[in-house]
Design a protein around this ligand. Structure first.
Ligand SMILES: [Zn+2]
Length: 248
């Protein structure tokens, strides 16, 4: 994988030698942080992109954390992740399809723009969709698909619509209804399709990066499939954690 031959630190309060800055920014652009330019400038956009990258590799749903210090140090963990074979890529989340078992409703939603995230999340959603299709939809053809909403904004970071959702490691899942559609209900609604929700969570939990599931469904909580959190009675919230860093 790319060996980044960096002489001095880059980023917030870094030494920021031109050669080093260009190398780091070039690598970030390659990984999808492509609003940057491969030049020698270290401004707010560069610092925010480094912080976003750090939030991702640290597994933080919020970018603004002292551990995301905006600085790439020689020999440091951020540099090692930039060089990793499985370095996180920033991307538009896949649209999904009926054939894949999941649909990303955010892709068709023009009212807000929370359609970006990591390739780690994209892979997890693809895997969960495939498992849900093969394990459940196959025998329950009229059940709702796994329907995704709200990952992160185009450049990550703060969003007024969520406390987190800043670093492309989480997304929301709309509640399946017994009529095969989704959303507009709570877990106490008679139209709520708990069987489908159970299968969706199980399919997600089969994925290697699956982490917490938040949903205020006491039956599924008792089964150990999810936990409660304020506001999570009308949608589920899926989180992933970073993989183990791979060198080649
Ligand atoms: Zn959420």
């Amino acid at each position: 994988m790319p060996r980044i031959d960096m002489k001095k630190s880059v980023g917030l309060k870094g030494v920021n030698n031109a050669d080093d800055v260009i190398k780091i920014k070039t690598r970030l652009i390659e990984l999808g942080f492509d609003w940057l330019k491969a030049d020698a400038t270290v401004g707010p956009d560069t610092v925010s992109a480094i912080k976003l990258f750090q939030a991702i590799k640290n597994g933080f749903d919020v970018v603004n954390n002292v551990k995301n210090d905006g600085l790439v140090s020689v020999g440091g963990d951020t540099l090692r992740w930039l060089e990793a074979a499985n370095a996180p890529k920033w991307m538009r989340m896949p649209a999904g399809s009926k054939a894949e078992g999941y649909i990303n409703d955010e892709a068709a939603d023009t009212s807000d723009n929370h359609d970006f995230g990591t390739d780690w999340l994209a892979e997890t959603l693809r895997g969960a969709g495939a498992n849900y299709r093969d394990d459940y939809l196959k025998d329950n053809a009229t059940a709702a698909l796994l329907r995704v909403n709200d990952s992160s904004r185009p450049r990550g970071g703060d969003t007024p619509m969520h406390a987190g959702h800043e670093s492309g490691l989480v997304c929301d899942i709309r509640l399946p209804r017994k009529d095969g559609s989704v959303g507009g209900i709570t877990v106490s609604d008679s139209n709520y399709d708990r069987k489908a929700m159970r299968a969706i969570i199980k399919a997600f939990r089969k994925q290697k990066l699956a982490d917490r599931v938040l949903l205020n469904d006491s039956v599924l909580i008792n089964e150990g499939l999810c936990r409660s959190a304020a506001g999570h009675h009308n949608h589920a919230h899926f989180e992933i954690r970073p993989p183990v860093r791979e060198t080649d």
